[in-house]
Design a protein around this ligand. Structure first.
Ligand code: NIG
Ligand code: FE
Length: 393
């Protein structure tokens, strides 16, 4: 089996406390990592690795686990730059904007959707993201939701069925009829392609009862739950996610004390997507400090989508989380790696312990602090080849 030693690492972020300085990041200075057959097989001191077929000297730079982006909507047609510009001129964001993208997505061929999504995946990977979750949700009819998931499944193993993004335009006067479709024929068509099911719980999208029915139907088809929760105002999304044991409650911009307590007590990650708060010009950002202090598991994700967060950059999200959400630079790096893995219930990514997937990202800087310290500077790139979805292996 082919092996490579990444040597001369100035600062290695392992996310395994005992492999490093005992902190959650498990920081180790002057380190080396040996990978073989796509896995980390040894972590130790610079120059001390067993013999390898190839040796790569990273010349004192910082190396971390590839980012885990646990929330994205990469399958879509059309463009909403004008809507963004209008928001920057003072217009408010409303969930209904999703329907603009729905029209364009339905008109796009599978090849067009795949080409666009593939370019966005490549854009993420170039910046050091190794694991990517991709949702449907811009089809809202059986054929287009299925087509979207077929596209997503060619690009990742973390595929999420989001038929319940908003009520489809044909059903605006019959939302319960749409819930029936999402939990019936559409679910049957989509479930074999997905690992997860997601619901946008919000005024203008779905209420708690509808979400409960949708996530319950998904569970009966073996899909794990995720929830778009408390994005635009306080609401029942977070509590529902925790009650149902969802892997993650995403956005979490408007939380009550009870929501924070529920997240701290549950096995549900709080995934913050401050890129969306930035791009919607939200008056508030999620309070990550409060969540971490309460004991919740916090993840950071891009929420890359054409409406509310058209960024593919986790370094940008890290910088925002530090500046606006109260995370320390170290907490933000943990949240974009180990936190993302927790939000996807993955043990093989988000850390660099022995047995982890060989997904290494290098920072062109001596320390992970530079990710927040040098916002907007393209410092990160992958050291290892991006993973291939299992279905294509
Ligand atoms: O995560 N909140 C719901 N869904 C997306 C926005 C989708 C859109 O406006 O196109 C989000 O922000
Ligand atoms: Fe989203």
């Amino acid at each position: 089996m082919a092996s490579t030693c990444y040597d001369g690492i100035g600062e290695l972020i392992t996310n395994v406390p005992e492999l490093g300085d005992g902190s959650p990041l498990g920081v180790r200075h002057d380190a080396a990592v040996l990978v073989a057959d796509g896995e980390v097989v040894w972590v130790g001191d610079r120059g001390g690795a067993p013999a390898a077929d190839e040796r790569v000297d990273v010349e004192g730079r910082c190396v971390l686990p590839g980012f885990v982006d646990s929330h994205s909507h990469l399958v879509f047609g059309g463009d909403r730059a004008a809507e963004f510009a209008a928001r920057m001129a003072g217009e408010a964001y409303a969930a209904g904007g999703i329907r603009t993208t729905v029209t364009a997505t339905r008109e796009a061929s599978e090849l067009e959707l795949l080409g666009r999504a593939r370019r966005l995946v490549a854009e993420m990977q170039r910046q050091g993201t190794a694991t990517i979750e991709i949702k449907s949700g811009y089809g809202l009819d059986v054929a287009t939701e299925r087509r979207s998931l077929e596209v997503a499944a060619q690009l990742t193993d973390e595929v999420t069925y989001l038929g319940a993004h908003v009520v489809a335009p044909e059903y605006v006067d019959d939302p319960d009829g749409y819930v029936e479709l999402v939990t019936g024929e559409m679910l049957t068509a989509c479930a074999p392609l997905a690992r997860w099911i997601d619901v946008f719980v919000e005024d203008g999208a779905f209420d708690a009862d509808q979400a409960r029915a949708i996530l319950g139907a998904g569970a009966a088809h073996g899909l794990g739950a995720r929830v778009h929760a408390n994005q635009l105002r306080p609401g029942p999304g977070v509590q529902l996610a925790c009650e149902l044991g969802a892997a993650s409650a995403d956005h979490c911009t408007h939380l009550t004390d009870d929501d924070v307590t529920a997240l701290a007590d549950a096995d549900t990650a709080a995934t913050l997507v401050p890129g969306a708060d930035f791009c919607t010009r939200s008056p508030v950002y999620p309070d990550g400090r409060r969540l971490i202090d309460a004991g919740a598991t916090v993840a950071l994700a891009s929420d890359c989508n054409p409406g509310t967060s058209f960024t593919s950059s986790l370094p940008f999200v890290i910088a925002l989380a530090v500046r606006e959400c109260g995370l320390t630079p170290s907490e933000a790096v943990w949240a974009a790696t180990a936190g993302g893995a927790a939000a996807l219930r993955r043990r093989d990514v988000g850390h660099l312990g022995v047995g982890a997937r060989a997904a290494l990202t290098v920072v062109d800087a001596p320390s992970h602090l530079h990710l927040a310290y040098r916002p907007g500077v393209p410092l990160t790139r992958p050291l290892t080849k991006p993973p291939t979805p299992a279905k294509r292996r």
